[in-house]
Design a protein around this ligand. Structure first.
Ligand SMILES: NC(=O)c1ccc[n+]([C@@H]2O[C@H](COP(=O)([O-])OP(=O)(O)OC[C@H]3O[C@@H](n4cnc5c(N)ncnc54)[C@H](OP(=O)(O)O)[C@@H]3O)[C@@H](O)[C@H]2O)c1
Length: 342
């Protein structure tokens, strides 16, 4: 199998390469693509290095699979070209996610959606991904009527430059130097909390990230009737998104039943002994593939409402691990081909 990794120098793309190696992904050849800025750079790939290629029409032929993590405009332009050239594309950007003909898939939640793909498969948004893994068993057992997300999202969710911005600002604060002007975020992120993840567009008072959480959750769970509201917040944490989820079920569900459902769910680890200080932490989720869930408790304001605290590594399960899992499912189920187009 010949695999293209597009955006291979970025926060997600480099994690994709790492996860492929960890899981011994059966690729005979891997080609790393990035922008012209990185062309010719070497990326460590175990026994040999990968030389970064720029995206050109001549270089994209002959792939079985293309894993894209290079932003929406690159995916808009290049993902259909890879698909036309015979690859199945798994795309990490938001560009194709809400297109009707493009399946939006979480490996543990709706793998059956891969069956009808037409050359393009979308990987969900990172905060939506971890929430969907936790919500799926609850939705199946008791039905979700309403969900309220409040997120605490790490800077690596914005990419490599944001990680550097937090580092540089934190160092400047600690060493009492003048702070460099923010270039990635609208405001200082070090020692601060920003109630804005992504952008406000067209006068909308929800951000694009909040709209993604609402729309993508309904698409993944295949239920447009779920009422969803989201507030997405950026916090000065390098890795892992944390989420407070308030949910209202259609059928009664006790905290004990909820914990049992979560404990049996694929991809979930329950850590829930708050009296002993045991609950999911961002630093514990970092580097892990499981979604950690704890603080399961009754919302005293409503008899069918529960609260959960859900934490996941945004670069791994929130992006790279799910993309590689989808690639494994596509290969394992004979869903790769060299002829379909979107
Ligand atoms: N970070 C997360 O937690 C996360 C989670 C889920 C989804 N995503 C999505 O994944 C994508 C990548 O995010 P990231 O955080 O990894 O960003 P990043 O760290 O900024 O990396 C961007 C990558 O795209 C490459 N690139 C940029 N312009 C390109 C072009 N014109 N042609 C080819 N390659 C180009 C960059 O190459 P150079 O190094 O040459 O600039 C780099 O490899 C985004 O769409 C993002 O929304 C991110």
């Amino acid at each position: 199998m010949r695999v293209a990794v597009v955006g291979a120098t970025g926060a997600v793309g480099s994690t994709v390469l790492g996860v492929m190696r960890e899981r011994a992904f059966p690729a005979e050849e891997v080609v790393a693509f990035a922008s012209r800025r990185s062309a010719g750079r070497s990326i460590d790939w175990g026994e040999r290095d990968l030389e970064v290629q720029p995206l050109t029409e001549g270089e994209i032929q002959g792939f079985d699979l293309a894993l894209f993590s290079a932003g929406g405009s690159v995916s808009e332009q290049w993902a259909p070209r890879f698909a036309e050239a015979g690859a199945v594309v798994v795309d990490n950007s938001s560009f194709w996610r809400m297109h009707d003909e493009v399946p939006l898939v979480v490996a543990e939640v709706n793998p059956e959606a891969l069956d009808g793909h037409r050359g393009l498969v979308a990987n969900p948004n990172c905060s939506t991904m971890q929430a969907a893994v936790a919500l799926k068993p609850i939705h199946d057992a008791a039905g979700l009527e309403r969900v309220i997300f409040s997120t605490y999202q790490s800077v690596s969710g914005t990419g490599q430059r944001a990680v550097e911005e937090l580092h540089d600002q934190a160092l400047a604060v600690l060493e009492a130097h003048e702070l460099p002007a923010p270039t990635v975020y609208a405001h200082q992120i070090a020692f601060n909390v920003l109630p804005q993840v992504e952008h406000f567009v067209d006068g909308d008072d929800y951000t694009t990230e909040e709209r993604k959480m609402m729309g993508e959750t309904r698409k993944i769970l295949d239920d447009q009737s779920i009422g969803i509201s989201a507030t997405c917040v950026r916090v000065p944490v390098y890795t892992s998104h944390s989420e407070s989820i308030n949910l209202q079920t259609r059928e009664p569900l006790s905290c004990e039943q909820c914990r049992e459902l979560l404990a049996a769910a694929p991809g979930v680890r329950v850590i829930d002994d708050p009296g002993e200080g045991l609950y999911p932490l961002a630093i514990d989720a970092a580097g892990q593939d499981e979604v950690l869930v704890g603080r399961v408790r009754r919302d005293p304001s409503h008899e069918r409402c529960l609260n959960l605290w859900v934490v996941g590594d945004n670069l791994r399960k929130g992006a790279a691990t799910n993309a590689v899992q989808l690639a494994e499912l596509l290969a394992g189920r004979g869903l790769l081909f060299r002829s379909a187009t979107v």
